[in-house]
Design a protein around this ligand. Structure first.
Ligand SMILES: [Zn+2]
Length: 248
């Protein structure tokens, strides 16, 4: 079983909460992205810092990584809690550059805040495990923005069912994500813009890319504040994720 909780479903400039998720995998809880609104959205989603055992940051826009330093500070200094931080080998330098100025004072290193798991890939795809759950990461560098390292995820439950999480992608056609969709895919969390956008897929691009046969698997996320999710469901025939959870 995979339980996916959306702490927020809106874009970078939202007045609500950023598109960050918690995936519950057995007894562990993986935070996928830590935007600057995490300080509120985590609690409203029903979690506290010490619940989070694992963290993966898909890319370094502030709505995905801007809350990580504060999260780390609170874990260490208030809760004495040291979660696992999973990082692609070729993203370590840029992730550290963003967070270490604030964290690495008084002789401290990133390893004082996190147990760092460094991930290597072969041809842009790699894997790691959380308890018995397998998580594949799929490199989507330059497909969200030119010059940005970014990563999509594929979660497997113990029965082999899988859930795909795109994070932010504009250039879906080159992402290869469709090759990861199969009969065992129960959900596709996909960023989806209802207006033309230079860094996110539009809803029309998403539907065309995954095809009519996969529309019932799509959970649109990272959309504009003024979108009424239920109206958008009816209009486009895919589900627009709202804050809360889905269990697969
Ligand atoms: Zn982004």
């Amino acid at each position: 079983m995979i339980k996916a909780t959306a702490l927020g479903v809106n874009g970078a400039f939202t007045k609500y909460y950023h598109n960050n998720f918690v995936f519950e995998l057995g007894s562990r809880k993986l935070l996928v992205d830590a935007g600057t609104t995490l300080r509120y959205s985590l609690y409203e989603g029903g979690f506290k810092e010490t619940d989070i055992t694992d963290i993966f940051i898909t890319h370094l826009h502030s709505d995905h990584g801007g809350g990580l330093e504060e999260f780390a500070q609170k874990c260490k200094w208030i809760y004495d809690h040291k979660p696992n931080l999973w990082v692609r080998f070729d993203m370590i330098d840029e992730l550290y550059e963003v967070i270490e100025k604030g964290l690495c004072t008084d002789g401290l290193t990133i390893n004082d805040y996190f147990t760092v798991g460094i991930l290597g890939s072969f041809k842009g795809v790699g894997e790691f495990n959380i308890e018995s759950h397998r998580i594949k990461f799929i490199e989507t560098d330059n497909m969200h923005c030119e010059g940005m390292t970014s990563t999509a995820l594929k979660f497997y439950d113990l029965n082999g069912y899988n859930v795909i999480y795109s994070s932010d992608i504009k250039n879906l056609k080159d992402s290869g994500l469709i090759e990861h969709v199969n009969d065992s895919t129960k959900g596709i969390f996909q960023d989806c813009s209802l207006i033309p956008n230079n860094v996110h897929s539009t809803v029309e691009e998403v539907i065309e890319y995954y095809g009519e046969q996969n529309k019932n698997k799509i959970y649109a996320m990272h959309y504009q504040d003024d979108v009424d999710a239920r109206e958008a469901d009816d209009k486009y025939g895919i589900r627009f994720m709202i804050r809360g959870h889905v269990t697969f």
